[in-house]
Design a protein around this ligand. Structure first.
Ligand SMILES: [Zn+2]
Length: 333
């Protein structure tokens, strides 16, 4: 009898433990989601800029000025930052004045006083990486929202923001004298496996008209850094299998549009928010490149249920390249 009671008690304990484990698993499997309303006509517009925080230098202020002008024209709903938010080495802490000097005091236009959704870049990992994720920054400037990986749901589109820096093996094995703040990344392998699992299940569950994935590192690029082989190997197959429309990134300081050879995915680089790399172009691997510009600038995206329009602008706010796609036809116009 006593033994029976004891085993029942054990079963309860094991059961409670199991519930706890399941609860932890289910919490882990959910990327944090944010709801973004669309315009009354059902459309959505936003700007995409990357690799920018230099206290206004290297034409950051000029790009910001033109973002403000185009942002007003398009009546944008939010801004996406593709990472490398603060140069050279991220933020030193939550109260680093660089946050206001490179963000708040630079993007001052009325049209840019919207939500900014930001991912981290490799330079952000060279400082206090957790500072950029802190709610303290959101209190200093309510536009700021940066998390490692998260989802923005805007009815006609779901945008999956991914932290791609831990994918890149060389940052762990050959850091070239830089110190990376890997707090929060227990092991690279587990981190990548868990993130891929979360992204895959969220993409599968998505019923949005458009699916966009944003990360700092390019999957495909013909500029300085080029393709990111770890993303081609681990992430691209998941994006292809789940009909992702656009992959947007920074890291290479240029503007570019490259088509995927095996799926309708379009690779869009917008990493020209300040310092650009004029003339730094790979002579190989140029297949499927629709547009490349090695100066400063940014990108705009306008979505309706049936159409997407992508425009790249230079530092003078001149539209350099416009690309439209229709959802029904799923081919470039
Ligand atoms: Zn970078």
């Amino acid at each position: 009898m006593g033994g029976d009671l004891c085993s029942r008690a054990m079963a309860l304990v094991v059961g409670a433990g199991l519930v706890l484990v399941l609860a932890l698993v289910s919490v882990h499997a959910e990327l944090q989601r944010f709801e973004q309303p669309v315009k009354p006509d059902g459309s959505l517009s936003f700007l995409v800029v990357g690799d920018w925080g230099r206290r206004g230098d290297f034409n950051q202020s000029q790009v910001a000025l033109q973002m403000g002008r185009i942002g007003e024209e398009l009546d944008i709903d939010f801004v996406v930052s593709t990472g490398d938010n603060f140069y050279d080495n991220g933020l030193t802490g939550e109260l680093d004045p660089a946050f206001e000097e490179s963000f708040t005091n630079i993007y001052t236009a009325k049209s840019l006083q919207k939500q900014w959704y930001s991912v981290l870049g490799n330079h952000d990992y060279r400082g206090d990486v957790e500072a950029q994720l802190s709610p303290v920054l959101r209190r200093i400037d309510t536009r700021w929202l940066c998390l490692r990986s998260f989802i923005v749901n805007a009815e006609l589109v779901e945008i999956f923001f991914l932290d791609t820096t831990p994918f890149v093996l060389s940052y762990f094995t050959d850091s070239e004298g830089h110190t990376y703040d890997w707090r929060g990344i227990k092991t690279r392998r587990t981190y990548i496996a868990n993130l891929l699992k979360d992204v895959e299940s969220a993409l599968k569950a998505s019923t949005a008209q458009w699916k966009i994935v944003v990360g700092h590192h390019a999957i495909r690029s013909i500029s300085h850094h080029g393709d990111t082989k770890e993303l081609i190997k681990h992430l691209l197959p998941i994006l292809r299998a789940n009909t992702v429309n656009f992959y947007m990134n920074g890291h290479d300081h240029c503007l570019e549009h490259i088509r995927d050879s095996e799926s309708p995915i379009q690779f869009l680089t917008s990493g020209a928010g300040s310092k650009a790399w004029r003339g730094d172009i790979k002579q190989t691997n140029r297949g499927n490149v629709s547009f490349f510009y090695d100066g400063q600038g940014f990108m705009s995206v306008r979505l309706t249920r049936s159409n997407a329009e992508i425009v790249f602008y230079d530092v003078f706010g001149e539209a350099l390249y416009t690309w439209n796609v229709s959802k029904q036809l799923h081919s470039a116009i």
